[in-house]
Design a protein. Structure first.
Length: 281
């Protein structure tokens, strides 16, 4: 929906899960010298202020990155992620939060490329400003990422991570995500696909994980972080999930080692929990 602005939610518990996973996936792709592409269907603004504007109206970052900031006992996966956030806050104060495009840009090498889609007219302007010096390594598209990715697949290096993370405020985003990934797999079966989704009370969210599992019988990892009971009024985010197709073989083990700590750090009540499922190749 064009009214959605991710800045309200930047750095919350769902962003912690999503971005910690994205950093791991990009680290793994960079283990080989051959270049890769990072493709983002819903890129947002790229970088968000936590001290002014939208983020201060909700303070959601205090439920996520704020609880990890400054801790010295982070598991390796989370320490790696927080280090990337810290790179944007050189004075040691948590003032800015990097979205997925900025994290990917930080981790890219000279041989890697980035393709970013954003439909929101204001967000794409901010994104273009933030990447004004990126050159041809990063190409930005003002349009619908669900449709636009078709023309990019398969990417020339035959190696890529595609992140699909719409707001899901429009319930049609669930079916559109499924269709987008299904079509992408037909064009580029060996790519890595990371799908983020919210845990909310609407039925589309509740059945979404099982629908994702039908996209590919094997070679996937599914992780969820639930931080609280569902809100009594039926509205609001109480957790999130990441579903990764063609993941690194190390990812499931890393998540099983990391998620118990993350539940302890970000859990808000006795309903806090995690789940890691995986089906090997």
């Amino acid at each position: 929906m064009l009214s959605y602005r991710h800045a309200f939610h930047a750095g919350n518990h769902a962003d912690v899960l999503k971005h910690a996973v994205v950093v791991q996936l990009l680290r793994y792709l960079a283990q080989k010298d051959k270049g890769y592409w990072y493709i983002d269907t819903h890129a947002g603004a790229g970088v968000y202020s936590l001290k002014e504007g939208y983020a201060t109206k909700t303070g959601e970052f205090e439920t996520g990155i704020g609880k990890l900031w400054g801790r010295t006992d982070l598991p390796p996966m989370l320490a790696d992620y927080v280090d990337e956030v810290a790179a944007l806050n050189a004075d040691g104060n948590l003032r800015f939060y990097p979205g997925s495009p900025y994290l990917a840009w930080r981790l890219m090498r000279e041989q890697d490329r980035m393709r970013l889609f954003e439909l929101h007219s204001t967000e794409i302007d901010v994104l273009q400003h933030n990447f004004r010096d990126a050159g041809r390594r990063a190409m930005l598209y003002a349009g619908d990422g669900f449709e636009g990715v078709n023309a990019l697949l398969p990417p020339p290096p035959r190696r890529a991570l595609m992140l699909v993370d719409p707001s899901f405020e429009d319930k049609r985003d669930y079916s559109r995500t499924l269709r987008c990934v299904e079509e992408s797999l037909k064009r580029f079966a060996t790519g890595t696909y990371a799908i983020w989704y919210p845990q909310v009370t609407r039925p589309e969210s509740q059945r979404f994980p099982d629908q994702l599992k039908k996209l590919q019988e094997r070679n996937w990892v599914h992780v969820t972080l639930t931080v609280s009971n569902p809100p009594s009024d039926g509205f609001g985010l109480f957790g999130s999930g990441m579903f990764i197709l063609n993941p690194p073989y190390t990812l499931a083990k890393t998540l099983k080692e990391t998620m118990p700590w993350l539940v302890q750090a970000l859990g808000q009540d006795k309903a806090a929990q995690f789940k890691v499922e995986h089906r090997g190749d």
